[in-house]
Write a protein that binds this ligand. Structure first.
Ligand code: F6P
Length: 328
């Protein structure tokens, strides 16, 4: 018998990402559209355990579609990793009469939701919110497009200094253990080299490539280094190595850090978030649970949590080839 969903909770979990607020707005308004009450859950699973809920209606989410971060805050919760913690969370949800929840986050957040569903048979749905774009089952996670545009703009600015001073810059970008951000911004900003975890360029090949760039008349170079890259040296150690072995270069380092996670979401991410929120709510009220909402070929799709959390999105090898050709 189809359980009638009357109250849906929404939370954000893990690293924040631009577009999370647009997704919260969409979940709340999709609930309102279907005459379902919606409760914001503050601070991710930690707030769920604390019963930190607030009823939200269509007006509660006005003016946030263009805001970075998450008005519901986010947190990582060790307590939720324990059965006792999840039991408390379940009891708090039941006390509030909440029948299901939508979690906006990354694979770690979905793993928590999947276990929660298994233990309590509680309906859950996931929306992929992370700038890393590292989740199987969707071509885009929320925040990824915004982060690409933020980073490519910053690299353009660094390029001004590099070309004015004939310098080599090593620029470290986020992405945890995948290279999607690095590869795309590297091509977008015309970097001479891109170091990603999925392809071990090796130090010798990097040096050879830099030497070739110099010999071809390039007066400055940009090397994008994904934070998860496995060349075996940090960007600072790469600088030291070049300082010691390549007198022809004056080297500098920029670690972009958390500015890549902030900022107003791009139109693409706002539209994606709006679509995902509707899909998540309408999937729950038609009896589906334990899925991640994703986008594939511009169509909303559902991937079972156990596949989404296990898989990793693969690097686009054609992009890799383009980056090699462009840096000739
Ligand atoms: O997952 C998003 C992300 O920004 C990663 O790219 C990065 O490695 C990590 O979060 C940083 O985590 P924290 O915000 O805990 O420092």
């Amino acid at each position: 018998m189809l359980q009638t969903i009357k109250k849906i909770g929404v939370l954000t979990s893990g690293g924040d990402a631009p577009g999370m607020n647009a997704a919260i707005r969409s979940v709340v308004r999709a609930c309102a559209f279907h005459d379902i009450k919606c409760y914001g859950i503050y601070r991710g699973y930690e707030g769920m355990i604390d019963g930190d809920f607030v009823e939200m209606d269509a007006r509660s989410v006005k003016g946030i579609i263009n805001k970075g971060g998450t008005v519901l805050k986010s947190a990582r919760s060790n307590k939720f990793r324990t059965k006792e913690g999840r039991q408390i969370a379940y009891d708090k949800l039941r006390e509030a009469g909440i029948d299901a929840f939508v979690v906006i986050g990354g694979d770690g957040s979905f793993t928590g939701a999947m276990i929660f569903n298994q233990e309590f048979n509680f309906p859950v749905m996931g929306i992929p919110g992370t700038i890393d774009n590292d989740i199987y089952g969707t071509t885009h996670t929320l925040g990824y497009d915004t982060a690409l545009n933020t980073v490519v703009d910053v690299i353009d600015k660094i390029r001004d200094t590099a070309s004015s001073h004939n310098r080599l810059f090593f620029i470290e970008v986020m992405g945890r253990d995948v290279g999607h951000i690095a590869l795309n911004v590297g091509i977008g900003a015309g970097a001479e080299e891109i170091l990603i975890p999925e392809e071990d360029l090796g130090l010798d090949r990097l040096v050879e490539s830099l030497r070739r760039s110099k010999a071809s008349g390039k007066s400055s170079s940009i090397v994008i280094v994904a934070e998860g890259d496995k060349i075996g040296k940090s960007v600072f150690e790469l600088k030291d190595y070049v300082d010691e072995n390549m007198a022809e270069y004056e080297v500098r380092v920029s670690v972009l850090g958390h500015m890549q996670r902030g900022g107003s979401p791009s139109c693409f991410d706002r539209v994606l978030a709006s679509r995902m929120g509707v899909k998540a709510v309408e999937s729950l009220i038609t009896g589906k649970s334990n899925y991640m909402v994703g986008i594939k070929n511009d169509v909303m799709d559902l991937t079972p949590f156990d596949q989404a959390v296990k898989g990793k999105s693969k690097i686009n090898m054609e992009l890799l080839r383009v980056s090699d050709i462009m840096s000739i």
